[in-house]
Design a protein around this ligand. Structure first.
Ligand SMILES: Nc1ncnc2c1ncn2[C@@H]1O[C@H](COP(=O)(O)OP(=O)(O)OP(=O)(O)O)[C@@H](O)[C@H]1O
Ligand SMILES: O=P(O)(O)OC[C@H]1O[C@](O)(CO)[C@@H](O)[C@@H]1O
Length: 401
């Protein structure tokens, strides 16, 4: 059997602005003699047998999406149960497709691993390869996931500008709370501090899911920040919970919590405790779709990661995910390697490491090269203080600077 012959490729989970670049990289990396099928709407397409064979003109169409956000094959969230996984394997078998490639995050990789196990137990030979993507950057076994840097760029630029707006409105409004995506990990929220020029500059506080927020000290901290600076720009990840409480959920869909609303709870708390004019807002879906905020490096890496998947596929690798491994060499360098899907699954969600939480400057040094040199610097805020000494939320409430 020629395993290269028929290949199915799909995209799953939340889209990113560069997930299509990975798809195009993958397609560009394939040899001529393959039959490529696009799986529609994530794993749902495998179950409902919605797979489209690409011909010359639809491949042309696909390649036009290299710089387009969203997921051109369709993505989405789909309850992919054990029974449906068996159906999916049978549908691949009926088409004699022996290679399955999915672009996605943790959930996508877990599903791919399950597909692989189900196929093995059904004696069906199935080669599986995962291509990483997630704006949350909570995927393990890779330095970062394509999609994150662009979203981080969007968050950092947006927060910088919202803070400028608040500086202008200080005689009217004192506190803004900006909610970011990220699920249970603080990678995106922390990115908000990337362009902070000095301590007086915003964001003045960043709350991440890795550290629960104690209400009383939080209120006092905000009060102190407003006393020092006249305003407080606070960034909160959607996954943050108050101490003793739980994460705020908008709804639960197919057993999966859709987070959101902590910024509104914080707004209500600060309004009632401090009587300040407080506004909360959610950065929303632009975080994962704003093409104008795409990091050119992220875009390029996403493409290369896709291409590498095609290379590994040809070499016969299976049950692996492509991993970006940063090298220690001076400057920004990385290698693209393969890691077992099982390892990705065992390591689980990747939280912000303690070293980055306690040394934000190290985190920003790690992040900066991923964004690239495309940021127009603003002059420092009116109070000149130590650069990058973020007064972010780390249970050090009441510390005044
Ligand atoms: N444990 C699981 N078992 C089987 N299928 C799963 C599992 N987790 C996720 N999936 C499937 O993979 C899809 C993508 O997963 P999920 O929605 O968690 O997004 P993701 O890949 O983690 O990406 P992101 O978090 O960036 O949105 C799901 O819609 C579902 O079809
Ligand atoms: O509401 P949806 O579309 O499921 O997506 C929201 C979730 O997806 C993510 O953006 C990841 O793609 C999370 O940060 C967020 O919780």
């Amino acid at each position: 059997m020629n395993r290269m012959h028929k290949i199915a490729v799909g995209q799953a989970g939340g889209p990113t602005a560069v997930i299509n670049a990975s798809l195009v990289g993958f397609v560009d990396g394939l040899p001529e003699n393959v039959e490529l099928y696009g799986v529609m709407n994530g794993y749902q397409g495998l179950v409902l047998n919605e797979m489209e064979r690409f011909d010359r003109s639809s491949l042309e169409w696909l390649k036009q999406h290299r710089g387009v956000p969203g997921a051109c094959l369709g993505s989405g969230r789909y309850a992919f149960t054990s029974d449906l996984i068996v159906t999916a394997v049978l549908n691949l078998k009926a088409r004699d497709i022996h290679t399955l490639v999915f672009i996605g995050g943790n959930g996508t990789m877990a599903a791919l691993q399950k597909m692989s196990e189900a196929a093995a137990s059904m004696n069906y030979e199935l080669q599986t390869i995962g291509i990483p993507k997630t704006v949350d950057n909570d995927l393990s076994a890779t330095d970062h996931a394509p999609g994150y840097a662009s979203a981080a760029h969007f968050v950092s630029m947006s927060v910088r500008d919202i803070n400028k707006d608040l500086e202008a409105m200080r005689n009217f409004e004192q506190v803004r709370i900006i909610e970011t995506m990220g699920r249970n990990a603080g990678w995106l929220a922390m990115a908000a501090g990337l362009h902070k020029t000095c301590d007086g500059d915003g964001p003045h506080m960043i709350c991440i899911p890795e550290l629960a927020v104690a209400k009383e000290p939080f209120v006092r901290q905000v009060q102190n920040i407003v006393k020092d600076n006249g305003i407080a720009t606070i960034v909160v990840s959607e996954g943050v919970a108050f101490e003793g409480g739980s994460q705020v959920q908008r709804e639960v869909v197919n057993g999966r919590a859709v987070l959101g609303g902590i910024s509104t709870e914080m707004e209500q708390l600060l309004r009632s405790e401090l009587g300040l004019n407080v506004r909360s807002e959610n950065l929303g879906m632009n975080q994962r779709s704003a093409m104008w905020a795409v990091s050119s490096r992220d875009h390029q890496e996403a493409y290369e990661v896709g291409k590498q998947a095609a290379l590994y596929l040809e070499k016969g690798y299976s049950n692996v995910m492509i991993s970006i491994q940063r090298s220690d060499a001076i400057g920004y360098n990385y290698d693209l390697k393969s890691v077992p899907l099982e390892q990705v699954f065992i390591l689980g969600e990747r939280m912000l490491p303690e070293t980055f939480i306690s040394n934000p400057a190290d985190f920003y040094s790690w992040l900066e090269p991923l964004i690239g040199d495309q940021v127009r610097r603003y002059p420092p805020a009116w109070k000149r203080r130590k650069p990058h000494d973020l007064k972010y939320h780390k249970l050090e409430f009441g510390r005044s600077q």
